[in-house]
Design a protein around this ligand. Structure first.
Ligand code: FAD
Length: 365
């Protein structure tokens, strides 16, 4: 089923108010479960984690809200790892990924021909709609890396390219977690598991195996053909922004479309789409238009600048420049507003997620 992601403020708020953490806790692993579909807004900074936490705790008890808060904490944990490790997250983190056979993409991912019916539909859904349930992401990563023997890096780039919620930390670290380079064992799911959580029935596939057999499976024919693929970002052509040099300049990126940030001030507001960023982390046209539409709907007066931050016209003439703290904006000029954390007391100490979650839980009591 294709998902729709509206970009109006009311529709996003409605989606937040529809979150039912009780139902979520019991159904979230099922493809048709009561998941929130908030990720494109969270990843683009349109809704912050502290805001969601506050909203949930105003409507539910801590006990009831916990299953949802724990999933949000995964996101925050991955951001903390990124802050702590920087670009090292693009290398195998804990140990080299075991059993790598190639560093390319299986053609079956590009052509939706893995032979696993649910996953072939999911690939179409990803390419056309830009969103997948967590379990479908897990299955696709598992199939590509642990059954097909791909190193995680290129397939992770493929998935990120299509995701409206594409987030460098969540995506890179999830792929590494599945592939066993950021976890102590690889993740496997067999056809029974896929059938169970998707309520579909396929019985003739190469994943119709017991869990002991899966790690030793010969590479299935459908995953043998591999290819190099170059992803490019179709950046829009925009007019030079009209800026008032007597007012401060507020800089936004595709991860930081926070409508509350400095909302009451009279400022120039500029969304920077930097070619150097999108060359390194390419996204498709759908992601770009979603981002631009979201920015325009949430942030009155925002203009789009396709270029590097240092090339903004008359940059040195503004009385002040503001940006928001983020691993990707450390080179931005001016004053940085601190990043907003849902669990500001919790720290990343190179322990796994559950050690981190224990620190978060303590603050909820
Ligand atoms: C291979 C792989 C790649 C992924 N790539 C991304 C990505 O690029 N961007 C992204 O936001 N998430 C990514 N995830 C995490 C997760 O799949 C999505 O956040 C989630 O499916 C989004 O749907 P939702 O908003 O309906 O989630 P819900 O289940 O409703 O969860 C609510 C929110 O909690 C956070 N969250 C939930 N589960 C996770 C998780 N496992 N890891 C991190 N955060 C989580 C998200 O912000 C999500 O919006 C990836 C997971 C895997 C296995």
């Amino acid at each position: 089923m294709m998902e729709i992601f509206p970009t109006q403020r009311e529709a996003i708020l409605e989606r937040l108010l529809a979150v039912d953490p009780i139902k979520y806790g019991t159904t979230r692993n099922y493809i048709q479960g009561a998941v929130s579909r908030l990720s494109p807004y969270i990843s683009r900074g349109a809704v912050s984690l502290p805001y969601i936490k506050e909203n949930l705790l105003s409507r539910f008890s801590t006990y009831q809200a916990k299953p949802f808060l724990q999933q949000l904490a995964w996101r925050e944990y991955f951001q903390r790892v990124w802050w702590a490790m920087g670009d090292d997250i693009f290398q195998d983190i804990k140990h080299p990924q075991p059993g790598v056979r190639h560093h390319q993409l299986p053609k079956a991912l590009l052509e939706a021909t893995t032979g696993i019916q649910l996953l072939d539909q999911s690939i179409q859904q990803l390419m056309n709609g830009g969103y997948l349930h967590n379990h479908l992401r897990l299955y696709l990563a598992m199939l590509t890396c642990n059954i097909g023997g791909a190193h995680w890096r290129m397939p992770a780039q493929w998935m990120y390219y299509h995701l409206l919620d594409g987030d460098i930390a969540s995506n890179t670290l999830s792929w590494q977690w599945v592939a066993g380079s950021f976890s102590n064992k690889k993740y496997y799911a067999n056809q029974d598991n896929i059938n169970h959580y998707s309520k579909t029935i396929q019985t003739d596939s190469y994943l119709q195996q017991g869990y002991e057999q899966l790690p030793n499976l010969a590479i299935p024919e459908a995953l043998k053909e591999i290819t190099q693929h170059i992803f490019t970002t179709p950046l829009p052509i925009c007019q030079t922004p009209l800026l008032d040099n007597t007012l401060p300049l507020a800089l936004y990126t595709s991860y930081q479309l926070d409508p509350h940030w400095r909302a009451a001030e009279n400022l120039n507001r500029l969304l920077i789409l930097a070619p150097s960023h999108f060359n390194k982390y390419p996204v498709n046209a759908q992601v770009i238009s979603f981002t631009v539409e979201l920015a325009k709907n949430l942030i009155p007066g925002i203009q789009i600048f396709v270029g590097e931050v240092e090339d903004i016209p008359a940059l040195s003439n503004f009385p002040a420049i503001y940006h928001q703290q983020h691993p990707l904006t450390q080179h931005f000029p001016g004053t940085a507003t601190s990043a907003k954390w849902m669990f500001p007391e919790a720290t990343y100490r190179a322990q796994g997620f559950f050690g981190y979650w224990k620190q978060c839980e303590k603050t909820l009591k």
